[in-house]
Design a protein around this ligand. Structure first.
Ligand SMILES: O=C(O)CCC(=O)C(=O)O
Length: 211
């Protein structure tokens, strides 16, 4: 089977990596401003089932939209704007920064989820779930997620993995094996939404066994 590429700090499935300071305060403010504007212009989408939850399209690093994201395009979004133009300036540079920090420079991207921006309004949450493994060429690959919090709510929106809360400051990052651990985020309270940049990767289970 193919090697996954470098797993860096994520070489073990039971590791959750956190970094407190990946984005500057100015970057967080500018991402939040972009997001509010994008929601107002209808550039982001949400499903009728989860009305608090806004997403950009899921993009691969070549700028194309992933197949599941294309299939979801029927949900409210201004289709006059090309998916590749639905990302804030600096998005891919921040992904590169996060990948360098984690030491995962050559890790394959998740072909379903790619990379995206998510903004959840107060009142929303992320329900408890565990992502599916990713079927590729007859193998079931582990889904790895790296999330960067650019807008931290006044209360709530706390990520929980295996029932344990993570203390992620605004501008901080957490990365984990999303197909191997149940996770959720608590209900958001206050006036500020929860904004994250989400970068998804995949790895062969045989490569996530140590050291
Ligand atoms: O943002 C979170 O706390 C979790 C997001 C999520 O479900 C995931 O990364 O798979």
């Amino acid at each position: 089977m193919k090697q996954s590429g470098s797993l860096g700090a994520l070489a073990r499935v039971d590791t959750v990596v956190t970094e407190p300071s990946v984005l500057s305060a100015a970057e967080c403010a500018s991402l939040r401003e972009w997001t509010i504007d994008a929601i107002t212009k209808g550039i982001m989408r949400r499903t009728p089932r989860v009305p608090h939850d806004y997403f950009t399209p899921f993009l691969l690093s070549d700028g194309s939209e992933t197949p599941p994201s294309r299939a979801a395009a029927r949900y409210a979004r201004n289709t006059a704007v090309k998916p590749a133009d639905c990302m804030p300036d600096g998005f891919w540079e921040i992904r590169d920064r996060a990948m360098k920090l984690l030491g995962i420079g050559s890790l394959a991207e998740d072909i379903r989820k790619g990379s995206f921006l998510n903004y959840i309004l107060p009142g929303g949450d992320i329900h408890p779930h565990q992502d599916d493994r990713i079927p590729v060429d007859g193998a079931e690959l582990i889904a790895i997620r790296c999330n960067v919090m650019f807008s931290k709510p006044e209360q709530g929106g706390i990520p929980f993995i295996d029932g344990r809360p993570l203390d992620i400051p605004q501008g901080g990052l957490w990365a984990f094996h999303a197909s191997e651990h149940p996770h959720y985020a608590s209900t958001i309270h206050g006036t500020v939404g929860r904004g994250t940049l989400s970068f998804a990767f995949m790895a062969d289970p045989a490569d996530c066994a140590g050291p």
